[in-house]
Design a protein around this ligand. Structure first.
Ligand code: SF4
Length: 326
């Protein structure tokens, strides 16, 4: 560790002012403290936001859900409104990390968490995300767990969050408060693909604080669920995952929302799969044909070619589970 200043914000305005002056927000601390111990992150000032009133799950006017940024993963997963309206969100949360971590980590912190690329966490390795311009050790190194979609020459790291995949599928929005007031941005625009600047991971402006994630209302009934494929059954990040939500009425798929995890530099929305499903009747052959589009545009690396087929199979299996056709 190294010296840093710690301050606890009494209200959101005080937090944003401290953030505008360069302070880093901390709540559960489950990612940031680890990275500080490893000297991957070296913030000069920590702004503790854990006392702010952002810990509620509420139903929005239009019937969607607003999950406060400081709701813990455990609380969100157990919330009756979340479980009944968007099981895909609670399942993604329950398949993440350990119970102890889920009790500490918050929704805002979860979507802000940084990659698990081992080279990023090894301060002796070249890493454009940690040290811009230093190179990417993963490209020529062991890249079995890395991304096949949304990569660039500068970075091929995956985004590690499970619940972010559910939020991407459901086209959630991120609510922000900054020095110039509040704004709302689509989840798809919140997390950034690496391009030539992998150290910039979110489209946050200086001092902006996440206040909530909002999931829009969908026609009922909406069937949804999350499938995570990993090397072992717990305490492990996804090799591939699929978040699926379907509204089926009159035997026809009216809405299809699908995203994948473990394969993209950001949670990877699958519009080609969605388009293949809408207007069709559920069937085994439909799931297979739609899932065949899941890896469109993939650029696998030396050690992660298996992810192309694994992704297609993961999406197909989850479509069958949620769609109800065995
Ligand atoms: Fe760093 Fe990204 Fe390369 Fe990993 S993949 S070493 S995070 S630049």
């Amino acid at each position: 560790m190294y010296p840093f200043t710690y301050t606890k914000a009494a209200d959101t305005r005080q937090a944003v002012n401290a953030g505008r002056r360069g302070g880093r927000y901390i709540a559960g601390g489950t990612t940031l403290v680890d990275l500080m111990r490893e000297t991957v992150e070296r913030p000069e000032t920590l702004v503790d936001i854990s006392g702010l009133p952002l810990s509620e799950v509420t139903v929005t006017e239009r019937g969607g859900l607003r999950i406060g940024a400081l709701v813990t993963m455990s609380e969100a997963a157990a919330d009756r409104k979340v479980r009944t309206t968007f099981p895909v969100v609670s399942q993604a949360l329950e398949l993440s990390a350990s119970a102890q971590l889920r009790n500490m980590a918050t929704i805002g912190g979860n979507i802000m968490q940084r990659t698990r690329c081992t080279y990023f966490r090894d301060v002796t390795a070249a890493c454009n995300k940690r040290e811009p311009g230093s190179g990417c050790a993963a490209r020529e190194g062991f890249n079995r767990t890395h991304a096949i979609l949304g990569t660039s020459d500068a970075c091929v790291a995956t985004h590690p969050s499970d619940v972010a995949v559910a939020f991407a599928a459901l086209e959630a929005t991120v609510q922000l408060l900054g020095p110039d007031g509040g704004r709302s941005i689509p989840f798809a625009d919140f997390l950034l693909q690496p391009g030539g600047t992998p150290s910039r991971e979110q489209s946050l402006r200086k001092g902006e604080l996440i206040t909530a994630v909002e999931v829009p209302a969908y026609p009922r009934p909406l069937r949804s669920g999350y499938l995570k494929v990993r090397d072992r059954q717990s305490y492990e990040f996804a090799l591939t995952s699929a978040a699926v939500a379907l509204h089926i009425s009159g035997g026809v798929i009216r809405e299809a929302k699908v995203a994948a995890g473990g394969v993209g530099t950001v949670p990877w929305k699958l519009p080609a799969v969605e388009q293949h499903l809408v207007g069709e009747r559920p069937s085994k052959s439909l799931w297979a044909a739609a899932a065949a589009r899941a890896a469109d545009g993939a650029r696998p690396l030396e050690h992660n070619r298996f992810k192309v087929e694994l992704l297609q199979r993961t999406v197909e299996r989850q479509l069958r589970i949620v769609g109800g056709t065995k």
